[in-house]
Design a protein around this ligand. Structure first.
Ligand code: RRO
Length: 310
């Protein structure tokens, strides 16, 4: 009942982790394989290993989270080794997240991935909010177009982009026009809402150390923004570009709403961090109840079919 077609592949479940959560080490990645997630994605990868920002760099509240991890990861070679092992044992394609630190680094990393045996989906992260001095790439539309032009001059494997949230109809129109010029496989909306601030009123202090407490907001706080971005891209992008919905998925109802807006796959970040990998089974169970009640036997029957008011 949960099967979803993604490009030429059918995943058994639309759920997967959001990059950054439960995907830094091979043990964490293996935990995702053993869960009810349909597939999974690595932490965003840089050429060299990175420690990331000083701790504390992640904090949870009832309604969500703030993070300023600063792109900690074990480096490209570690994840490529993991991919090679994984692909020997499993046929389900996985996702490889590539961080966009500089044009030169992007090109080097993607050339290595192009020349490798990797045959899954590549997610190019154009939206990390937490590296000091590096603005979120996809807020610079000219730079985004330049990067994609360069990448598609040599990259032939299926590639999508992870975008930051947009908040203006004119920006949805402008970025969609650019994205439609490229043979993208998918767009993933949204990354965390960048540079929010959560404070502790008792201590009269910020809750994370980097960037004077500013960080990316995830969880329930961001669902309406995530749904708007999923819907805006679903109604603007070429139908060949599928949408991955990320942001504020805590329950089966949240998953249902993202699918109704047009998402094909759904990524879970903050709630996976809070709950562990059993979150996938719980959300699928809740989604099954909603679908049964409404008389839906598969996701295609309602996917993208959000109604507006006449
Ligand atoms: O590592 C991070 O600080 C981070 C990244 Br790369 C990202 O894309 N989104 C986020 O919320 N944190």
């Amino acid at each position: 009942m949960f099967e979803v077609t993604f490009q030429n592949y059918t995943f058994q479940s639309p759920l997967m982790n959001a990059s950054g959560v439960h995907c830094m080490t091979s043990e964490e990645l293996n935990g995702l394989i053993d869960s009810r997630a349909g597939t999974f994605i690595t932490k965003s990868v840089t050429r060299q290993k990175r420690q990331g920002n000083p701790e504390p760099r992640y904090y949870e509240t009832t309604l969500g989270s703030i993070n300023s991890m600063g792109l900690p990861n074990l480096g490209f070679d570690y994840y490529l080794d993991y991919v090679n092992e994984y692909q020997k044992n499993f046929s389900t394609p996985m996702f490889f997240s590539v961080a966009s630190m500089s044009m030169q680094e992007n090109i080097e990393t993607l050339k290595k991935l192009e020349d490798s045996d990797f045959h899954g989906f590549t997610e190019l992260n154009l939206s990390c909010p937490n590296v000091a001095g590096k603005p979120q790439v996809a807020y610079d539309f000219a730079l985004t177009e330049q990067i994609l032009t360069e990448i598609f001059s040599f990259y032939t494997k299926p590639l999508g982009v992870k975008l930051p949230p947009y908040f203006d109809i004119a920006h949805f129109d402008q970025i969609a026009t650019i994205l439609n010029k490229f043979p993208l496989t998918f767009v993933n909306s949204i990354n965390s809402v960048g540079n929010g601030l959560i404070i502790d009123p008792d201590k009269e202090q910020v809750v994370i150390k980097p960037k004077e407490g500013f960080g990316g907001i995830g969880g329930e706080y961001i669902k309406p923004t995530a749904l708007a971005n999923v819907r805006a891209f679903y109604t603007r992008l070429n139908p060949s570009i599928q949408i991955i919905g990320t942001g504020g998925i805590v329950s089966g109802q949240d998953a249902f709403e993202h699918l109704l807006c047009g998402a094909s796959m759904l990524q879970i970040g903050t709630q996976l961090y809070k709950e562990g990998t059993s979150v996938f089974a719980r959300i699928l169970d809740e989604l099954a109840v909603i679908m049964d009640t409404k008389g839906y036997s598969n996701i295609q029957q309602f996917q993208g079919k959000l109604k507006t008011i006449e």
